[in-house]
Structures are given as structure tokens and as C-alpha cells.
Design a binder for this molecule. Structure first.
Ligand SMILES: [Zn+2]
Length: 327
């Protein structure tokens, strides 16, 4: 392995380094930084990107990255390198928000970004430039509870890349959602789209308890990441099966259920529960307590998550539920 030169620092083989890159300023001139952790292995192998915090509310991936890069991986026994970026949208993190507060954009919808547009576009362009030299990508996200933990792979039209993405998902070892090209077409401009257009595979991880540390979820994230590193030949040892994680056997894709009316959501089903088409899975009640909408399963499948982004309430068009189903 050679000395790794990245983000203005040089990391010799077998060493770990902490770094940062300036990514903008607050109105009072306070500099804001993207933290980076680089682990350069003693042996040859791929460079794996570990990214978290594209959404500032989703902190579990930050802790998975800390355990992997600061505690568990010995650079002297690593083949290849880790480039870890645990907090990719510090502006949204400051405000405990999912979106960038300065411009209201979802950072994970504006890739590849632009150096001359709004803050989110500038951040995306900077992240793309940092990430582009890597070979394989893990992009950590998280859903609010209750939700199953799951991985997402996206078919970009390249079958060889699809095979590699499936390999990453099998190694990670949790419920996997296959995002097919005709589906969820509002999800464009993602980090995954950017790196896959460059011919590199990306596995998105949806851990749980997005604003909090959940011990079981963190253990699942760490075990899965080490499994991916073994799968890529970066670490010795066999793939360790995931434990204590509810699983839905694949192949699976998902559909979103959105609200027509506004109010408080009363789910009738728990993540992992099977549902049949037409079955009532939740009701929405207005503040007086009347049922204003019955939410029915759009098809046979399983409840994957109730990804309510704020409190227990929704407005028209908000995503209420993800339903996993066999395509
Ligand atoms: Zn996210």
C-alpha cells in the first residue's frame, strides 16, 4: 500500500489520521468543517467510503463509523483503506434537522451539486470530489422508530454493477430493498446515483432510532460493515451472520404510502408484520379525535417502517409508511 494523499494530508501505510476540510461559514464568520477519518492499511486493497450525516438527524452511522475507524480496525492488519466522513451535512446537524436550514434542500437529492449554487449544491460538489477516488461506498442513513433495519441497493441499468451491489448487501446481511428504475422517481440526485454513474457500487444502510443511539442497531451496523470489509478482502475472517435483527427474506422492493389528509397517525401494524392488499394499516385522526382517513395497504407485503419525520402527525403528501413486497 502507498501513502494516501487526500484532503491535504498524507497518511503512510499502516496508519490512521484525522483531518477536516472547510465547507463554508456561518453568518458570523464561524468556519464550518467536514470531519474526516482516514485509515490507510498496511496491505493492498480497495478504498472504502464510509459516509454518514447527509441528513443531520441521522446519527447512528456516525457512531458506527467511530467504532470501526477508531476502535475496531487495526491499520496494520487492514488491506486497502477507509475514507470515513461521519458528518456530511454539519449545517443540518447544528439545527437537528434533516434538510439544510440555509436553503431548505435535501442534500441527498442535489448530487453531483455545483460549486457556484446554493449551500447544499456546494456541499454536494465538495463531497463528490472527496468521495470520487474511492472504489466502494457505504452510505449510512436512519429511520425513526418503529422501523425494520434495512439496506437499499439501486439498479442503475448496469448489470455488472448490480451484481457487485447485491454482493455488498448479502455481506452486510440485513433485509434488502431493491430500488428498481421505474420506482420512487422523486429520489433523484442521490449520493448513490452519483457514484454509480461513475461505475462504483454503493450500499445504503437504513439503521434505526435516527436521532438516538440504539444499542442493537449500532451492533448491526458495525457487524455489517466488518462483513462488507471481509467480503472485499480488506479484513481476514468469515462473514458473521447478523443476529437479533428482524428479517424479511428477499427479493424485495418497496412502495411508499402517503397521506391524503392531515392529522395524528395511529398505526395498526408493527414493522415486519405482513399485510394484505386493501387491509387497514393505520388511521389518521384530526385534533378532535375523528378518523379523517383510513390508510389501506396498496398491495400484499410487509410493513417496513413508519418513517414519520417529525412527531406522530402528517400533512397531505407526507410519507406514512414503507411497504416491502416481492416484485
Ligand atoms: Zn437519510
Amino acid at each position: 500500500m502507498q501513502t494516501l494523499r487526500i484532503a491535504g494530508i498524507s497518511v503512510p501505510p499502516g496508519q490512521r489520521a484525522l483531518s477536516e476540510v472547510a465547507c463554508g461559514e456561518l453568518p458570523d464568520g464561524t468556519a464550518v468543517r467536514l470531519p474526516l477519518i482516514v485509515v490507510n492499511g498496511a496491505g493492498d486493497g480497495p478504498t472504502l467510503w464510509l459516509g454518514a450525516g447527509l441528513h443531520g438527524t441521522e446519527v447512528p452511522g456516525m457512531e458506527v463509523i467511530r467504532r470501526i475507524t477508531r476502535e475496531l480496525v487495526d491499520p496494520g492488519r487492514l488491506r486497502g483503506a477507509l475514507l470515513a466522513a461521519p458528518l456530511l451535512n454539519p449545517f443540518s446537524f447544528h439545527q437537528h434537522q434533516m434538510l439544510t436550514p440555509q436553503d431548505g434542500y435535501n442534500l441527498n437529492r442535489v448530487f453531483p451539486g455545483s460549486r457556484v449554487m446554493l449551500l447544499s449544491h456546494r456541499l454536494a460538489a465538495q463531497i463528490a470530489e472527496l468521495a470520487d477516488p474511492c472504489d466502494v461506498y457505504l452510505d449510512f442513513h436512519a429511520n425513526p422508530t418503529p422501523a425494520l433495519q434495512f439496506a437499499i441497493i439501486k439498479h442503475s441499468g448496469d448489470d455488472a454493477l448490480w451484481e457487485r451491489s447485491q454482493g455488498l448487501a448479502r455481506a452486510f446481511g440485513i433485509t434488502t430493498i431493491q430500488m428498481i428504475p421505474t420506482h420512487e422517481q422523486h429520489r433523484t440526485g442521490t449520493f448513490t446515483d452519483h457514484v454509480q454513474e461513475r461505475g462504483k457500487p454503493c450500499l445504503v444502510l437504513e439503521l434505526i432510532a435516527w436521532r438516538r443511539f440504539d444499542a442493537a442497531s449500532l451492533a448491526t451496523g458495525v457487524r455489517g460493515t466488518l462483513n462488507v470489509m471481509r467480503h472485499l478482502g480488506m479484513l481476514d475472517g468469515a462473514i458473521e451472520p447478523q443476529r437479533d435483527v428482524p428479517m424479511i427474506e428477499g427479493p424485495l422492493t418497496r412502495t411508499e404510502v402517503t397521506a391524503n389528509r392531515g392529522g395524528l397517525v395511529h398505526p395498526y401494524k408493527y414493522p415486519g408484520d405482513p399485510v394484505t392488499e386493501g387491509e387497514t394499516i393505520a388511521v389518521i385522526r384530526n385534533p378532535w379525535g375523528d378518523i379523517v382517513e383510513e390508510i389501506r395497504a396498496p398491495r400484499d407485503g410487509w410493513i417496513l417502517a413508519w418513517p414519520l419525520l417529525g412527531n406522530q402527525a402528517v400533512a397531505t403528501g407526507d410519507i406514512l409508511a414503507f411497504i416491502a413486497f416481492r416484485p
